[in-house]
Design a protein around this ligand. Structure first.
Ligand code: G3P
Ligand code: MG
Length: 342
């Protein structure tokens, strides 16, 4: 019948679209729910007129915790299930690097959480800056190293091992110590502390950053500096000390590698929920940050929706990186409009 025909066209359309959600500023603010986020996910999880699941994944520049722990916390805040296979943090694609590097310096984050993240990714020999400070406190002259930090660090003889790469996973909690140690390693002979490279380029170990955001909104009245500014500081220091440019790799939105990774995640998530391993035709990125979510989505050929619940505070659309599908009051408006569009 005609009703059934319309129904099946709608089902097909629902499988031909997918949503990619930014988290901070779209679904939550830190630990606080953005109320429309909960309803949005209920609709996509099947509480809609067709009773069908509409594919969606989460793509955040957030970092600093293992994926499982972050999902646990988020699904409670959002009152909706979130699966590991539909979730990408800034450092998630960096798990692939564990095949290439044996010993890595992992920088950033609270306490030793990023050590845990790196362990989950399969890195074998993980060093964090505190391990190095515990081995030789003179490396960071202004650092007050507490007894507790000393007790929980894992000092080794770093004059006898090479660190193969530097991975900045999350925001530095101590710029002075982290920058000093990173600079010492970048200027060393193949990542051996206590040495100085004769050739700063061929003997330099690689450095990776999990994302490049300059600023991050917090409780403070104006956004705080993030990994992007930390990286620029390091680049300037490296240039001043060596005369050379620092080559580096940056992950996260809006970097291409991250969007490619997201495509793979969407495709396999389609297989999980609809038993069809294919990339839906129309992908909608819902984001609050024109300089990461929107520019990245525009460059990658996605439909971009900018919401007003986060970083973006402007007029009709962002002047530099306008969302190509539209600007919406909140995530629910964006998703409803996109679903109608299909
Ligand atoms: O800037 C880091 C982080 O808070 C951004 O998260 O979810 O907006 O990409 P998200
Ligand atoms: Mg955001």
């Amino acid at each position: 019948s005609q009703v059934q025909d319309i129904e099946s066209v709608k089902v097909k359309a629902a499988k031909d679209m997918a949503f990619v959600f930014d988290i901070d500023g779209v679904l939550v603010h830190g630990d606080r729910l953005i109320p429309e986020g909960k309803r949005t996910l209920e609709i996509l999880n099947g509480d809609n007129e067709l009773g069908i699941k509409i594919p969606h994944i989460f793509l955040t520049n957030g970092s600093g915790k293992p994926e499982a722990a972050r999902i646990d916390q988020l699904s409670k805040i959002l009152h909706n299930p979130i699966h590991l296979d539909q979730f990408i943090q800034s450092h998630t694609p960096m798990r692939a690097l564990s095949e290439y590097y044996e010993t890595v310096l992992v920088v950033g984050g609270e306490g030793y959480k990023c050590r845990e993240v790196a362990e989950h990714y399969g890195f074998k020999n993980i060093v964090v800056p505190n391990d190095i400070v515990a081995w030789d406190q003179t490396i960071a002259p202004y650092r007050q190293f507490t007894a507790e930090e000393k007790a929980t660090s894992r000092p080794r003889d770093f004059s006898k091992m090479n660190i193969d790469a530097i991975m900045v996973f999350s925001d530095s909690r101590d710029y002075a110590t982290d920058m000093q140690i990173i600079m010492d390693l970048l200027r060393s002979e193949n990542g051996r502390l206590g040495t100085m490279a004769k050739d700063p380029i061929s003997q330099r170990i690689p450095i990776y950053f999990s994302q490049g955001d300059m600023l991050c909104p917090t409780e403070h009245w104006t956004p705080r500096m993030s990994q992007g500014t930390f990286r620029i500081g390091l680049e300037a220091m490296y240039k001043a000390l060596t005369g050379e440019e620092l080559e580096r790799v940056v992950y996260g939105k809006p970097e291409l590698a991250t969007y490619k990774y997201a495509d793979e995640v969407i495709t396999s998530w389609m297989e999980t929920i609809h038993q069809e391993e294919k990339l839906p035709k129309n992908i909608y990125m819902i984001g609050d940050n024109p300089a990461s979510d929107i520019i990245g989505g525009n460059n990658y050929g996605w439909n971009t929706c900018l919401v007003r619940t986060g970083v973006f505070q402007g007029g009709d659309n962002d002047e530099n990186n306008p969302a190509n599908f539209g600007v919406f009051t909140n995530v629910l408006e964006a998703v409803k409009t996109a679903v109608k569009n299909e």
